[in-house]
Design a protein around this ligand. Structure first.
Ligand SMILES: *[C@@H]1O[C@H](CO)[C@@H](O)[C@H](O)[C@H]1NC(C)=O
Ligand SMILES: *[C@@H]1O[C@H](CO)[C@@H](O)[C@H](O)[C@H]1NC(C)=O
Ligand SMILES: *[C@@H]1O[C@H](CO)[C@@H](O)[C@H](O)[C@H]1NC(C)=O
Ligand SMILES: *[C@@H]1O[C@H](CO)[C@@H](O)[C@H](O)[C@H]1NC(C)=O
Ligand SMILES: *[C@@H]1O[C@H](CO)[C@@H](O)[C@H](O)[C@H]1NC(C)=O
Ligand SMILES: *[C@@H]1O[C@H](CO)[C@@H](O)[C@H](O)[C@H]1NC(C)=O
Ligand SMILES: *[C@@H]1O[C@H](CO)[C@@H](O)[C@H](O)[C@H]1NC(C)=O
Length: 790
């Protein structure tokens, strides 16, 4: 007995121990084992016991006392063992602090997960290259000044929920000073162990974030700050004798499994997915599994057994879960759960409770395995909570709006009162930390704003294509330094866009304010704008087929419905037009340019101080009187929808009769119901007449002269998707409405007084589309249009 140098009492030593763990306590005679180098005891049930006496064993290399119901403190001498490489005392009830006196410089793995340890993390524990898991403890708050948060330190520290103090978000995102949610989401989709993946679910494309790129530290916490989720993984595959562990599995070239299931994340002990900044409410959680590690052939069949527990929000929801028992090997399995989110966080934990097989022939892979997670709100609208909450949200929105406006105004005023000398410190009131890019980064990405990288000229300056170091392709919008409006617009854009995400809205990755440069970084859209896809006569462009056009139409409607009704900040876009709808590589439409978007303070129409929009798309009441409501966007959407069906530009196209424009013509056709004349002749017979007719009818409803008669965007979506039918509205022949509607077109003719025809005028509209009541010489005063046209 005294000669014993290795003592393994863990079920991780083999598959013999399946079922109940050992019965404690750990024999005290263990202290007599002077030559002990490797001690592993886990999963002991029984009364609480103190840390076993190990002071005599000076040659200890590995100490595992996991889940042994240990109480009391960790004796100081443990930290002084010179050869100690791995210390795992996770899942116990240990209290007290960590000794400052750590001599063992060979310590590489320290797992303290799930105890009640407190105090500071001593500097001496933070050894270069080590893996230290402090998650689920009661250490002093790991703020940005704490040694564990030092950047440039070459170690893996998992600080997930390592302290009880601080606000709940600081537990999840330690090392941040003012942890707060930039926005609240209402879903989570993760393709575990894989890359970003688009999956078709219930007729919608759902984008699953990937976690394959997360570092493979043994005790680690990683976050996806874009969508506010993270994962904490702990444990080391003890028996594989391989230093570099692999925590992802993938099945190559599998034709049998859907791609979501061909990758999986593994964990030796415990794996927690956490979604923070989630709206409170009830959620459906689907956990996706497929056993892709064990194969079906007889050699391994009897050896591989994977058993683990699943916890949701800290509650055990599945005990001794075994994928193979449920569906067999290599088959997909979806396990549904329901859960409530109260503190904006959702926690799904997979925990290996020491059962099943540890010694797997190929590699020590035995712990939990998960293929994907999807979380969706039970109530579709994601507007959770009673009326009171809505009121507070609206309150916050209004407060946010006021703040934004005050900041905008202050910054704007400061800049221009200082004779254009920019003071970028003004921006510090805006929290841009999470999405800041350095100028150097963007210069490298766009090859120093090389003219060959330029992909367009937006309203406020050129747009460049760039590639970040990690391969992400981006579009960088450079705000021209002379554009006065631009600066104000810039702040608006950041504040507003960063709050909003939807598959049909262009994503803002971040921004850069440095050296006289104001840059916005957007996701790159491979297929340019809807306008170029529809109207460019370039023959090399392939014609958009009808199915795509219909998809685009529905997509824009969804994006707008989200902006108007679903997002937390309700927004009127104000400048919906074909050039502001971008197309990604799969020709999905995304609405861009929220620069003009402003929060709508009131449900009711109000007179806006500043009119901005594009002629031909602007609702009459807005163009003429500055009355702004969601219905102004609905009108613009109607015009775009007509353009999609006809493939013609509302401004440029002059029908062969006495109509002023496309819309005018469409209204005339409404009387005779000869909608087919509108259809793009290039599509020939390949158009779905029924769908196209629906689009035209909806477009005509949307462009009704009276805002009250126009549907809301959610009604539009529902009509386009065929869930509600399109009401028959008598054609508007009333002079009043008709006049109003085409007044804007006629105005545009007057604006371009030097131009002799509408056709040539339209060509110059580009540079002059934005006008404003903040009158300056080169800008058109809307009031004056008003008088001229009546
Ligand atoms: C420890 O090992 C050494 C040799 O490796 C041996 O001489 C000694 O007796 C051992 N001590 C005990 C207490 O087993
Ligand atoms: C741990 O010890 C406490 C106190 O003796 C006991 O109540 C508890 O059941 C034990 N836990 C386990 C898992 O055996
Ligand atoms: C956490 O640690 C503090 C001291 O650092 C102590 O006062 C508190 O009781 C501990 N909390 C728990 C739940 O153990
Ligand atoms: C998967 O397919 C690729 C080519 O399609 C091939 O090069 C690779 O070897 C295959 N991998 C496996 C594991 O069969
Ligand atoms: C595994 O083997 C069983 C029977 O031996 C068979 O029914 C099943 O289809 C096999 N599964 C796979 C994924 O090959
Ligand atoms: C979740 O809740 C829905 C009702 O909203 C119910 O139909 C379903 O059975 C529940 N699922 C589970 C797994 O409890
Ligand atoms: C939510 O947070 C509050 C305050 O931070 C805390 O008192 C409460 O216990 C938390 N609730 C849950 C279920 O975590």
């Amino acid at each position: 007995m005294w000669q014993l140098s290795i003592l393994i009492l863990c079920s991780c030593s083999g598959r013999e121990i399946i079922g109940a763990g050992l019965q404690g306590p750990i024999p005290s005679s263990i202290s007599l084992l002077r030559n002990l180098t490797d001690l592993r005891i886990c999963e002991i049930s029984g009364p609480a016991q103190g840390f076993p006496l190990l002071d005599n064993a000076n040659g200890l290399v590995t100490v595992v006392l996991r889940s042994c119901n240990l109480s009391g403190g960790i004796p100081a001498y443990i930290w002084q063992k010179r050869d100690l490489l791995l210390l795992d005392v996770s899942f116990n009830k240990l209290v007290g602090g960590i000794s400052r006196d750590i001599i063992g410089r060979s310590l590489r793995y320290v797992f303290l997960t799930s105890n009640m340890l407190s105090g500071d993390i001593p500097d001496s524990l933070l050894i270069e290259g080590a893996t230290i898991d402090l998650s689920y403890n009661n250490f002093t708050w790991q703020g940005p000044d704490s040694p564990t948060c030092r950047p440039n330190m070459n170690l893996f520290v998992n600080l997930f929920k390592s302290s009880l103090s601080g606000n709940p978000l600081q537990d999840i995102l330690p090392c941040t000073r003012d942890a707060k949610c930039p926005r609240y989401g209402c879903s989570l989709h993760v393709n575990s162990g894989g890359n970003e993946l688009r999956v078709r679910e219930n007729n919608h494309d759902v984008l699953y974030d990937g976690d394959a790129s997360f570092d493979n530290g043994a005790g680690s916490f990683h976050t996806n700050t874009k969508n506010n989720w993270g994962l904490s993984s702990t444990g080391d595959f003890l028996d594989d004798n391989i230093q570099t562990n692999i925590y992802v599995a993938s099945l190559e070239n599998s034709t049998k499994l859907p791609s979501l299931y061909t990758t999986a994340r593994l964990s030796p002990l415990s794996l927690t997915y956490i979604s923070y900044c989630l709206q409170n409410g009830d959620y459906h959680i689907n956990l996706h599994f497929a056993e892709i590690q064990y194969t079906n052939d007889t050699t391994y069949r009897n050896l591989g057994r994977r058993i683990f527990n699943i916890y949701i929000q800290g509650q055990l929801v599945k005990k001794d879960f075994n994928i193979e028992d449920e569906v067999g090997i290599g088959r997909p399995l979806v396990v549904p759960f329901n859960a409530s989110v109260v503190n904006h966080t959702l926690e799904v934990r997979f925990y290996w409770a020491g059962k099943g097989t540890a010694r797997f022939p190929k590699r020590g892979r035995y712990g939990p395995l998960v293929s994907a997670i999807s979380v969706n709100p039970i109530s579709k609208r994601c507007s959770i909570g009673g009326k009171k909450k809505t009121v507070t949200y609206v309150g916050f929105a209004i407060m946010g709006l006021c703040l934004l406006m005050i900041i905008s105004a202050a910054v704007w005023w400061k800049w221009f009162s200082k004779d254009n000398t920019r003071n970028y410190e003004d921006f510090q009131g805006v929290d841009l930390k999470t999405m800041s890019f350095s100028l150097k980064q963007l210069k490298t990405a766009t090859r120093n704003f090389n003219p060959t990288s330029k992909i367009g000229e937006g309203g406020f300056g050129p747009v460049y294509k760039g590639t970040l170091r990690d391969g992400t392709i981006i579009a960088v919008k450079q705000l021209s330094s002379r554009s006065r409006q631009g600066n104000r617009e810039f702040l608006n854009e950041i504040g507003v866009i960063s709050c909003i995400q939807h598959p049909n809205l262009v994503k803002l990755h971040g921004c850069c304010i440095e050296e006289d440069q104001l840059l916005l970084v957007y996701e790159y859209m491979e297929n340019n704008s809807l306008a170029s896809a529809l109207f460019d006569s370039n023959k090399s462009r392939t014609l958009l087929d009808w199915a795509t056009r219909f998809k685009i139409c529905v997509g824009i409607a969804r994006g707008l419905a989200f902006l108007h009704e679903e997002s937390r900040l309700k927004i009127v876009h104000r400048d919906i037009k074909a050039t502001n709808v971008l197309l990604d590589k799969d020709l999905n439409p995304k609405i861009s340019d929220f620069g003009l978007a402003r929060l709508d303070e009131d449900e009711k129409t109000h007179v806006s101080t500043r009119v901005a929009g594009t002629i031909g798309y602007m609702a009459p009441e807005y163009a003429l009187w500055g009355h702004l409501s969601y219905k102004a966007d609905v009108y613009s959407f109607g015009v775009v929808a007509l353009e999609i069906v006809s493939g013609k530009n509302n401004n440029k196209y002059i029908p062969n009769n006495d109509s002023v424009c496309l819309l005018d013509w469409a209204c005339r056709l409404q009387t005779s119901k000869q909608y087919e004349e509108l259809f793009d002749e290039r599509l020939e017979s390949k158009i779905n007449k029924e769908e196209a007719e629906t689009v035209v009818k909806v477009a005509l409803l949307c462009t009704n002269g009276s805002p009250q008669m126009r549907p809301t965007m959610s009604e539009v979506v529902s009509m386009l998707e065929g869930r509600t039918c399109v009401p028959e509205v008598a054609p508007e022949l009333g002079r009043h409405f008709e006049d109003l509607r085409f007044q804007t077109m006629r105005c545009s003719n007057q604006i371009g007084e030097t131009e002799s025809s509408v056709r040539t005028y339209s060509a110059t509209v580009k540079s002059d589309t934005r006008f404003s009541t903040t009158s300056s010489n080169d800008q058109l005063d809307v009031q004056s249009v008003d008088t001229r046209s009546f």
